[in-house]
Write a protein that binds this ligand. Sequence first.
Ligand code: DGJ
Length: 696
Amino acid sequence: MPIHATSNFWILETEHSAYAFGLDADGRLVNCYWGERLLHPGDYPTPGIPGGWASFNDAGQLAREEYPAESGLKYIEPCFKASYADGARDSVLCFEKAEQQENELKIHLRDEQQALKIILGYRIHPAGDLLERWAEATNESQAVIRLERILSAQWHLPRARAYRLSHLYGRWADEWNVCREALTMGVKVLESRRITTSHHANPWFAVDGGRADEDHGEVWFGALAWSGNWKFIAETTEFGSTRLSLGLNDWDFAWQLHPGETFSTPAVISGYTPDGFGAASRRLHDFIREQVLPNGQALRKVLYNSWEATEFNVDETSQAALAELAAEMGVELFVMDDGWFHGRDHDRAGLGDWWPDDKKFPNGLKPLVERVNALGMEFGLWVEPEMVNPDSDLYRAHPDWAIHFPGRSRSEARNQLILNFARAEVQEYILEKLDKILSENNIRFIKWDMNRNASEPGWQGAPGDPRELWVRYVQGVYRVWGELRKRHPQVTWQSCSGGGGRVDLGILRLADQAWVSDNTEPTARLNIQEGYSQVYPACTMEAWVTDMGPDYLPLEFRMHVSMCGALGIGGHLVRWGAEKRVEAAKWIALYKEIRPIIQFGDLYRLRSAQENSFSALEYVSKDRKDAVLFAFRSHQPLIPYLEPQPPIYLRGLDPAALYTLEGCEAVRSGLAWMRTGIDLHLFDYQSTVRRIRQVS
Ligand code: DGJ
């Protein structure tokens, strides 16, 4: 039974992990265990005797509360803080009841005086070894309750150990760097205050005891399904406790919860594995493919994107010329990027006016779409719906629709402002415009971009507290995107925010794939893709081969890097010349053969690109019959033969089955390939892709 429950103790078991909590003698809901699944329900520790430490630290502070609210003598990072009509600003949450349904448990808490109900939601994913959590607050009183902080969950790690936190950091064109750092006494905060997920950090954590690696060691991990402001807090105390919290950012957050209303937090997904960072990533990849993505099992097409080739200079002739060459190479989807709509000759005008520019497309998009279709490819289009240029018909008609503080200056970034997607009329305008384009043209792919972050977050005439903008904006984006998906189910969607600024488990419910970075230089890309793969699966990782970086980087190297994800081409095909296009066509053909393994298989990071100039990764099909090995040597300062190139040990094969590895004569057992290793001799900017096939 995956959920064992008594009247005051709950054990949530997945195939290999377990999470247990219960009521202590003072009635607090406290965590008792998070780790490997134990043999018997009686093996799990139950809530201990609550204890304090002098008059300065009472039992409330020392307790490992499941969902602490701001109250009493706690002084720890709470999950919940609200203020009430009677002036009270604390919440004393008392257990009321538990409701259980197969894999789901709901714990009802209620404030001791205020008519506030909090439901803690728990859903286990037994086969995936994951636990989903969220919280709901319902106002059962007659007055408004003001929410000031409402996180999705708090977790407690086993006591009295030292921990290391892994997280992702970066900036535009340099996203997805992995940082591993000790959690020392105090509070470590990661967050976004930008109205979107951000390039700078990602709402994901992995915590280990300091010595875990890709294949070994206990790792506790989690990720948030939200595309707006978020906050992660790791708090290590003088009492040997480490608690982790994740959810909506409370910075500039406010929410008026009216009588009868419920506020639900975004979900977090968390897990435990004793098998290192690689296993943690594979669990998330499976979950995202199976439970988050709308069509996680659909093969991602090889696309061409025009941005780096033509930038804003798009028209029927230039795009058709690229499309013809792309089709010859085996591309399946042709995407016209920025520059196609009214007045969009540069980045200073046009955003908001979502109809074809009549100078560039005098007969609309149809002739180009039909031409692309006649070449055997699908057609895709770029949009940036949340934005407006002051130089646009939309802004001239509705300057008040942009986010701003009335009467004060509005900071522009890339010459644009943000439309207030919290407003119904803004949502309706964008819905109508995009619906029209999608209804009138055979468009099968939309790249949804977002090229700046919020500033001056004002909302004149807001129905509630204007600070609700941070949350209602994201809900508005979800609504419009979701509605368009519903009306146009034939369309595949890409989330882009100047590269990887909006990738999270929230947007991946709407977007089939993501643009990971505007940096397409392939050696940088190896690092970027490795960081991205900590959380997100290869089928979502759009990766184009472009002309960025020095000319001496071979096309083969560029292709191999991009073949590790959902392959795309973004170079200037006319300038490529026939020889290069023929070579690219050969790699595209190979990619089409191996993409089911890459997009749906298990990823093993064999040697880190972020840490080494010689790196390798492997994808293994779920039935373990096929695998693909990629290895790369980027530039290293030493003369190549001076730096020893270590053997690569394959992973994930069936130990007892026999396999061949392309380029080697031997037929060996999976165990042998995994234990004895193979030597690959690569010079600077050389790479290799090798198929591994089961022969028995
Ligand atoms: C930023 C995106 O990341 C690029 O790929 C491209 O679409 C530009 N925006 C277009 O303005």
